[in-house]
Structure formats: structure tokens, C-alpha cells
Design a protein around this ligand. Structure first.
Ligand code: SF4
Ligand code: SF4
Length: 416
């Protein structure tokens, strides 16, 4: 389970669609000691809650699961360099590795050294080469073009940074991944072809990622549900044809059908009052819910335990007779229609189509599907984890792919 350090929400970019604008602080102020104390406390608590599952893994001869600590923002690389090091070191000391989600602009030689030292998995937020990335960055189009070039260059630098290995004949590099937000500027017409080409290039370098639908409420930016359905389906088909290891959410849907644990939070009964998969440690050390739910400019602290309330509401509404309910659970709370958590995800139609297509493909290839999950009520424990609600959440930030652990459905680059 990931612990996300969100001590600083300031950013050097002003991306047009960022969901954090309403809560962005002007000043970079945080209580480092309080943040650290909460991270340590949460780590210990989460590790304890994993005991049962880790025992099971041990019996199966598998390595134990551990919580992960990821430095988020705002933009984490605008922090003073000693604080960046402090947080990466903290993650490393606790879990043996660390993570960061960054816009990638401020990566320097010193930062790269830290990434090596603290075994940092580097998640880049970028929507493709320019002009696909035009909604990200700050200033004029020309500036954003330059910024995009620099970010892509930094991605290359990360991928080409060697890390020490026990076997001198086997080279290893830093791990990188991509979160790509899909919107009208990169998912339609010819631009989608450029996007596909870029995804292929990344795949050839061993990079994977996650495709998130943009959700600003601005029809000039967001895809319509129809456009999103068409674009996601096309990208899924493209990855199938090219043999590209699936990005999230395709990978999560496949894992869901196979009954595996690594399924993104979007499909895991997210409770808006707890968001078990997004343990956000805020600037004063308090725990907030997933920041996607701060759209009205207020900061919401989280409850200790998941209530299963959204699940209980949704199963009485549109989702009631849906074939995919026990896989999808109504999708992302932060993307609920009208931003009302009592509604299902606004991209429901896209998920329906993807679930059907992917299920049929798996069947066609003779892949055994796990038995359909039983309907889960607040009294029924999670089939896989034994927990009463929430379960082993996967927030889309840290994913595991076979032996590789990676950020937000990225795959750690285990290049030979
Ligand atoms: S696909 Fe749509 S209707 Fe079905 S469970 Fe998901 S959100 Fe609800
Ligand atoms: S489902 Fe959506 S709101 Fe819930 S934790 Fe995941 S991203 Fe956040």
C-alpha cells in the first residue's frame, strides 16, 4: 500500500487541467518532522495490516509485500534539495527503496545521484511529445514546447543512469514510468497516431505507464465519454497488435479477471471518506483522503476505517445490474458524475466496453478467468485479503509486474 508524501503542493508548472489548482498553496511551508513522524507511523501500521497476507506469501515461497513511500506534490523537485533527500532517504530506510512522481523538469545530476542512492523509481507525468503535451507546463506554447523537450530529455537521462549491480556483467538502470493524461489535445485524430508511436518507443525502452482520463469539467479539454471509449479501445488494440505490455488500466482489468491482487484503486471500492489506497500525508503531518477529492478547494482528512458507503449506495443505482460490478465497483470516486461520490464514474461506458473486449480476448486465448467475485457487502470480507472493506488497495501509483515493481503501472526497467 503506498504512502504518498504530499507535504508540498506548490509547483513550477501551471498545467491547464491540474486537479490541484483549487488547493495549491502559494508558499512552500511544511512541518518536516511531523510529516516524517506520520510516514513512519503509517508504515508501521500498514506493515502490521499486511502480516496475514505476508504469511501466506511466505508459505508460497514468495517475498513479502511492503508498503511503499512515494514523494508526490505539487511538484516534489521544487523542494530544497536537502528535503528531497530527506524524504527519499526516509522511504529507502523504511522499505529498501523510494519513489517519486514528478513533472521531470528539475532533474539534475545531483538528483540523479540521489535516485541511484535511494533506489528511486521515477514516475514522469507527461502526455506525449509536443504538441501532445501542450496542456502541461507554464507560459506560452513556445515555452511549453521547450519544457516538454527538457522533460523528455530528462526521461532519457533517467533511463540511461546505471545503478550498481552485484553482477558486473549485467547492467541495470534507474526505473522510470509515465502517467499520461488523455484529453482532446493528445487523443484525437492524427495526434493519437503520434501518441501511439511514442508509447511504442517507450515500450521498446522498457517503460510502461498509466493512461488516466482527463477530468476538468472543461469540454474543450476533457474527452467526451464516446471519445474516451473510442480512444481507449484503440490504444488497447494497438498495444495488443504491437505486443506492448499493457499499460494501466488495461493491465488492471486483466489482473481483475485473473483474480490477481494488483488492481488499481479505481476498481477497488474506493470510499471517499477514507480512500484506503491513497494515504496522503499532508504538510502538517495529518492524513488526507485522495487529493482528487479536493476539487472544491477544501482539504478533507480521512477516516481511520473505510465505510464501504459508496459501494452500498452505488449497488442500488445504475451499477446494480451491471455485469462488471464486482470488477469495477463504479470506478473512481474522484471522477464521479457531477463530482458527487454517490454517482458512478463518468467514464462508465468506456469501462464497460473495455471489460467486455478484454474478457473476450482472454477467453479467446484460452486464459483461465478467476471465478466471478461474489457481491461484497459491508459485512463480507474482501475475498482476497480478508479485510472487511477496502481491501488491498492499489492506488495506481505503485504497481507490480512480475518481478518488477513500478510506479503507477509503470514497469521498472529491468534491462539486460
Ligand atoms: S461499468 Fe459502469 S455501470 Fe458497471 S459497475 Fe462500472 S461504473 Fe457501474
Ligand atoms: S479511486 Fe479515484 S478517488 Fe479513489 S483513491 Fe483512487 S484515484 Fe483517488
Amino acid at each position: 500500500m503506498p504512502i504518498l508524501i504530499k507535504a508540498n503542493l506548490t509547483c513550477n508548472f501551471k498545467c491547464d487541467y491540474c486537479y490541484q489548482h483549487p488547493i495549491r498553496q502559494e508558499e512552500m511551508e511544511y512541518d518536516l518532522a511531523a510529516v516524517e513522524a506520520t510516514v513512519r507511523e503509517q508504515y508501521a501500521e500498514q506493515l502490521k495490516s499486511m502480516e496475514k497476507y505476508n504469511e501466506k506469501l511466505k508459505k508460497e515461497g514468495k517475498p513479502p509485500n511492503r508498503p511503499t513511500v512515494t514523494l508526490h506534490g505539487g511538484e516534489p523537485l521544487v523542494l530544497p534539495i536537502e528535503d528531497i533527500e530527506h524524504f527519499l532517504k526516509l522511504g529507502y530506510e523504511l522499505s529498501g527503496k523510494s519513489g517519486i512522481q514528478t513533472n521531470g523538469y528539475n532533474i539534475t545530476v545531483d538528483i540523479l545521484k540521489m535516485f541511484v542512492k535511494y533506489k528511486t523509481g521515477v514516475g514522469f507525468s507527461i502526455d506525449g511529445p509536443f504538441p501532445l503535451n501542450e496542456l502541461r507546463g507554464s507560459g506560452s506554447k513556445a515555452n511549453r514546447k521547450k519544457q516538454t523537450r527538457r522533460v523528455l530529455k530528462n526521461l532519457e537521462r533517467v533511463l540511461n543512469t546505471e545503478v550498481p549491480t552485484k553482477d558486473p556483467d549485467k547492467k541495470k538502470y534507474l526505473k522510470a514510468s509515465v502517467i499520461c493524461v488523455l484529453h482532446k489535445k493528445n487523443a484525437l485524430g492524427d495526434r493519437r497516431e503520434i501518441l501511439k508511436h511514442w508509447i511504442k518507443e517507450l515500450a521498446d525502452k522498457g517503460v510502461q505507464g498509466r493512461i488516466n482520463p482527463c477530468c476538468t469539467g472543461n469540454p474543450e479539454i476533457d474527452l467526451t465519454p464516446e471519445e474516451a471509449t473510442e480512444a481507449y479501445l484503440d490504444l488497447y488494440n494497438f498495444m495488443s497488435e504491437e505486443g506492448i505490455p499493457y499499460w494501466s488500466p488495461f493491465k488492471d482489468i486483466i489482473n481483475n479477471f485473473k483474480g490477481e491482487r494488483q488492481v488499481v484503486c479505481v476498481f477497488r471500492t474506493c470510499d471517499p471518506f477514507c480512500t484506503s489506497s491513497a494515504t496522503s500525508v499532508l504538510r502538517d503531518g495529518s492524513l488526507g483522503v485522495c487529493l482528487r477529492l479536493y476539487g472544491d478547494g477544501k482539504e478533507y482528512l480521512r477516516l481511520d476505517k473505510s465505510t464501504n458507503m459508496r459501494n452500498n449506495v452505488l449497488r442500488q443505482t445504475d451499477c446494480k445490474d451491471c455485469e462488471w460490478w464486482t470488477y469495477c465497483y463504479g470506478g473512481c470516486t474522484g471522477l464521479s458524475i457531477d463530482w458527487d461520490w454517490r454517482n458512478k464514474d463518468r467514464y462508465c461506458e468506456m469501462y464497460r466496453v473495455l471489460y467486455e473486449r478484454i474478457r473476450n480476448n482472454l477467453k479467446m486465448h484460452g486464459i483461465k478467468l478467476a471465478p466471478k467475485r461474489p457481491e461484497k457487502t459491508s459485512k463480507e470480507p474482501d475475498r482476497r485479503t480478508g479485510e472487511r472493506s477496502g481491501g488491498d488497495h492499489w492506488d495506481g501509483i505503485i504497481h507490480v509486474d512480475g518481478p518488477n515493481e513500478h510506479h503507477d503501472s509503470n514497469v521498472g526497467v529491468e534491462r539486460k
